[in-house]
Each structure stands twice: as C-alpha cells, then as structure tokens.
Design a protein around this ligand. Structure first.
Ligand code: GLV
Ligand code: MN
Ligand code: MN
Ligand code: MN
Length: 396
C-alpha cells in the first residue's frame, strides 16, 4: 500500500525490530504530520481535537457523521499494520469513493486516535478514553513516560493545550457511526479462508502494575539467607499468571515488562515493577484471574520479606459490538464472517457511546504486536474496497 510504504521509514526500531512509535514522540509527530499532509492533499479539512486526536473532514463537520480511522502509534517493537492499516485504508477508501463518483449524504471523517497502545504513558486507548470521558483528565495528565515526562508536558510540547483535555461532548456528538478497520490479530480469517471479516466482540481486559519492594544490596557480599530480593518475588508472578489464566476458560495473562531498580547485574534490586496484562470473556473471569495472581504475588512477597502494591492502570469491560450494525455491515459486504477478538481497540471505547463496527483484514502470520505481523497487498486492497462499500452504505 502506498501509504504504508510512505511511512515505512518513520519510527523503525533497529534495536528491537519493527516499529516503536509512541504518543507524541518524534516518530508519532512525524506520522501526524504525514497524515495531515495526506488529508489536505485530498482536500479534507484537518483539525486536532482537545485530546490530541486528529480529524480529517470530507464535508462540513457535523452531527451524524460517518467516521472511520484507527491509530498510528505502536507497541515497542511492533508491526507495520496494527493501527496504520486502518488509517491508510480510510484515506484510500476516500480515494476509491471519489473515483466511483460517490458524494456522501452525511459528513464523513477520518480520525487518528492518540496513543492507542499506551506504549508511552501506560494507558491504552488514551485519546479515545479522554474523548469519551472514561479517563479523568487529572489522572491522565499526571501519567509519565519512562523518562519522567508527563502527558501534560508531552501535549504542551506538541502544541496541544493540556488544560483543555477531557470529555469532549461536542466532538463525540458529531459521530453518528464509527467504523475501524484493523489487521486481524490472530488466525480466524486464515482458518475461514476469507480476506475480510467483521468484529463480534472484544475480551474484557486490563493492565496492572505490581511493585515489589525489598532490600537493594551487593550481589557477591550478600549471603543468600540474608536477602530480601524483590526479583525473586516478581518471578513468582510470571508463573502464577500462566497458572491462573489456564484455570479459567479462554483467559489470557501476560507479563511483558519487568523493570528492576536500579538494574545493575551485580546488585540485588531494591524494587521491581512488573506489569500484568489480563483478559477473559467477561468482567468476573478477568477479575478472578487477577485476584488469583494478586494473592500469589502477596504470598511471594511475604516469603521473600518484601512488600508489594498492586495498581490497576487501565481496564475495559467486555465489548459486544452493536449486533444490528454488525449484521448490516456484514450483509453490505455480501455476508463476510463475524469473529471475536482478544485485542483492544479505540472502537471498543467508542462502542459504549455510538454505534460502532470493526472490519478485520486477514493476517497470514496470525502474529501481532511483533515485527512479523503482516497482511498481503491483495487483502489490504480487499479491506479498502470493503471499507469503501461500508462507508458508502452508511453515508448514502
Ligand atoms: C492493544 O492492541 C491491545 O489489545 O493491547
Ligand atoms: Mn495493538
Ligand atoms: Mn490497533
Ligand atoms: Mn489495540
């Protein structure tokens, strides 16, 4: 896809592989500039809302708009498709609709949501959560990245006034319907031999930080019996997460990030932060998995003479997309498959406020949040055509 090729050099991460593009960092700002230029080239009017989300309007911004888009940021060392495919496809769908001579009967907009992955400030779907009011602005503005830069500071540096961040009813009221196209993050469409599908649901999911505090000391001079090592306690959480998730049908629990402080090879850390991502088919199951892991963490801390605190950093209950809209979209595409996903999306946040649907494009690797994430050019083209059909149907 031309758009993906154009941004291929932005935010590439030679150390991790893949891309590291995080909310309002250098790569993200370059991507936002690229998007703005692409939208303007198409004669779309671009605006940045109070929460740092970008909107490109075909027609006058107004109520009842058909909105499509996704995000441009990535996880650390992520793939090229998670996020950007939805944005690039939205722009190409506008091109296709114009080639077909289509004139929207309602305003149409392409949106880029800020910091969807939470790769910099820790909270997923930051832009859409702020827009919808599901994250209090005072909490958000205090979030900080690994260098201690707060969201308030990052916004200000990007030219966005942090004092205006927060629930934006005017921006929300303009959305009549939201449709997000996304690369599939699994092998559902591969197994069904279909290039495009429609989303049914998103697992309940959240992120928790566990901070273990022990006693920093010398790796050689401290006898094993004299240690209070928070890394040993944290290690139990990794194993407990696997055990707890296996005990609940369909649940998943992951520890993908551990930060020891101070982080010297020859020092017992004084503290260890460990992040848990837990998901399951509903709120109760997700909470049960997390309660199980928390209990294991507390027992491990006691065993090791350490303390532990557990903080929920973000959470979203299970999402079932509007069944009528879902069926309408699937029918408009000639009866494509409808499938669930374990991944979170801005569409999942929007779904609590406006009729929302998602399209998935087949991913032959089934891999995501890793450089191997992929979609064949022919499937990407099928995705653009499907999105154009859906937009034409909704904005007729
Ligand atoms: C975001 O992509 C998530 O599901 O974590
Ligand atoms: Mn993602
Ligand atoms: Mn995504
Ligand atoms: Mn996501």
């Amino acid at each position: 896809m031309t758009g993906l090729a154009e941004i291929a050099g932005i935010g590439a991460d030679p150390r991790r592989g893949g891309y590291s593009r995080h909310g309002f960092d250098r790569a993200d700002l370059a991507l936002r500039e690229w998007f703005t230029a692409q939208a303007r080239r198409r004669g779309l009017d671009v605006e940045c809302d109070r929460n740092g989300n970008l909107w490109a309007w075909w027609g006058r911004p107004g109520d009842g708009a058909v909105v499509t888009g996704s995000h441009l940021d990535s996880v650390p060392g992520g793939g090229a498709f998670d996020g950007p495919l939805g944005v690039v496809s939205a722009l190409e769908a506008v091109d296709l609709l114009r080639e077909r001579g289509f004139t929207p009967g309602r305003p149409l907009a392409v949106v880029v949501f800020a910091e969807e992955e939470g790769g910099r400030f820790g909270v997923a779907c930051l832009g859409s959560r702020l827009l919808t009011g599901s994250l209090p602005p005072e909490t958000a503005l205090r979030l900080s990245d690994s260098d201690g830069v707060t969201l308030a500071e990052a916004l200000r540096a990007a030219g966005i006034n942090p004092t205006r961040v927060g629930r934006d009813d005017a921006a929300l009221a303009r959305i009549g319907t939201f449709v997000e196209l996304h690369v599939e993050q699994g092998r559902g469409l591969v197994d069904l031999a279909a290039p495009v599908g429609v989303a049914r649901s998103i697992l309940a999911h959240g992120r928790w930080r566990l901070t273990f505090t022990g006693e920093g000391n010398h790796a050689g001079a401290t006898l094993m019996v004299d240690r209070r090592d928070p890394m040993v306690a944290a290690a139990q959480v990794v194993v407990a997460a696997r055990r707890a998730a296996l005990a609940v049908e369909g649940a998943r629990a992951t520890v993908g990030r551990i930060v020891p402080n101070p982080g010297g090879t020859n020092a017992i850390p004084s503290t260890v932060d460990i992040w848990l991502d837990a998901r399951a088919d509903d709120d109760a199951r997700t909470r049960a998995v997390v309660a199980d892991i928390t209990a294991a963490a507390e027992a491990a801390a006691v065993d090791e003479g350490c303390a532990v605190t557990v903080t929920q950093e973000s959470y979203g209950d299970k999402v079932v997309f509007d069944p009528a809209l879902r069926d309408e979209v699937a029918a408009a595409l000639g009866g494509v498959p409808v499938l669930p996903t374990g991944a979170g999306h801005d569409a999942g946040i929007l779904a609590a406020h406006v009729p929302t649907a998602m399209l998935f494009v087949r991913n032959p690797t089934g891999i995501s949040h890793a450089p191997e994430e992929f979609a064949e050019p022919a499937d990407c083209a099928a995705g653009v055509a499907a999105l154009a059909d859906v937009l034409a149907h909704l904005a007729r």
